[in-house]
Design a protein around this ligand. Structure first.
Ligand SMILES: [Zn+2]
Length: 349
């Protein structure tokens, strides 16, 4: 019987007590948090029921200054307006909170106001807000990141690059932004020739080993020969859509024949006959359909590997999470309407 009970002087007894206390504290704080959130949203629901339509600007002013709802609740409300695309209403709320004499959420509200201006496309207003935040809190990486985005969207790459300096001082990762902004500045330059841009972009790729999709999309478009000369065949899969839409006269058969993925890709497209099968399901199917009348091709879509947002078009900076170089090219089989159309036209000749 003595073995069954633990003596209170036993070290094991203290450990059990310790974990029991931790469990009780976490359990009660979890339920307290849930209770508070529920109460807050109840208050908000009750409050909103007063309105059949959205409160007007003047009504908002009176309501916010009356203090009937906490600033936090107003921020939650503004966020839901913003999610529904009603940026104007959210902006009005942020402004009224900032007009309060003793507001306790000034920095947070300023940041949200800047973000919503950016989201709504009011870049100059967003710039002013982020500069104002940085005037009082220069060590604010979130505001700096957004200021960089604002300059980038304004196509002021020089200013965007200048923002990298304080970010680096705050130990933020800036290598990708640096390579990306320099590449954007080159692509948008009106002084450089197409070839000069291609050469400079290649230098960026050689030193950074980043932005393969962005740089090779341009190279294959303007100088396929140079693109093949500098092409790392191990990155072929990443560039599948670019390689798939390349003109057959721009193929480098020497390079293609030396890489198994490229052999399978162009055998599937029907340019060469150097693969009987492929481990990629769609390519394997296309290789096997080659001698039939099936008009099939690949259709592409693009996913951000960081936030999993999908796009029907290629991107270099994800417009959802703002990550750079996170493109993940995906494909599926589809009917080849182009082939159908050209065959139909040829039959009338
Ligand atoms: Zn993303």
């Amino acid at each position: 019987m003595n073995n069954f009970f633990i003596d209170f002087r036993d070290p094991l007894f203290s450990i059990i007590i310790f974990f029991a206390i931790i469990f009780i504290i976490s359990f009660s704080s979890y339920w307290w948090g849930r209770y508070k959130t529920k109460e807050e949203s109840k208050d908000l629901d009750k409050f909103l029921k007063q309105f059949r339509t959205l409160p007007s600007k003047d009504e908002l002013k009176t309501l916010i200054s009356s203090g009937e709802l906490s600033e936090k609740s107003w921020l939650i409300l503004a966020n839901s307006y913003s999610k529904d695309g009603d940026f104007e209403k959210a902006i009005e709320i942020y402004h009224e909170i900032l007009n309060l004499q003793n507001n306790t959420t000034k920095k947070e509200t300023m940041f949200l106001l800047g973000k919503i201006y950016f989201k709504a496309g009011f870049l100059e207003r967003a710039q002013k807000v982020f500069l104002e935040i940085l005037r009082t809190s220069p060590r604010s990486p979130h505001a700096l990141h957004y200021l960089l985005l604002v300059y980038e969207y304004m196509r002021d790459y020089k200013m965007a690059l200048e923002v990298l300096e304080p970010l680096e001082q705050l130990n933020e990762e800036i290598d990708k932004d640096n390579a990306y902004l320099k590449s954007l500045a080159l692509l948008n330059s009106t002084e450089l020739s197409t070839q000069e841009k291609a050469d400079e972009l290649l230098k960026i790729h050689e030193t950074s080993h980043k932005l393969t999709y962005m740089i090779f999309e341009y190279l294959f478009r303007v100088n396929p020969k140079q693109a093949w000369e500098n092409f790392d065949a191990s990155r072929s899969e990443l560039l599948t859509d670019i390689l798939w839409s390349l003109d057959s006269q721009n193929l480098d058969l020497d390079i293609i024949s030396k890489n198994s993925y490229l052999r399978e890709l162009y055998s599937a497209r029907g340019d060469i006959d150097l693969a009987d099968e492929s481990s990629v399901f769609e390519l394997n199917l296309l290789i096997n359909l080659k001698n039939t009348n099936a008009n099939a091709t690949l259709n592409f879509e693009y996913m951000c590997s960081n936030c999993k947002q999908r796009y029907p078009f290629a991107f270099n900076r994800c417009s959802s999470c703002h990550a750079i170089d996170t493109i993940d090219v995906q494909w599926r089989l589809t009917q080849d309407y182009h082939k159908d159309y050209s065959e139909e036209n040829n039959s009338f000749q």
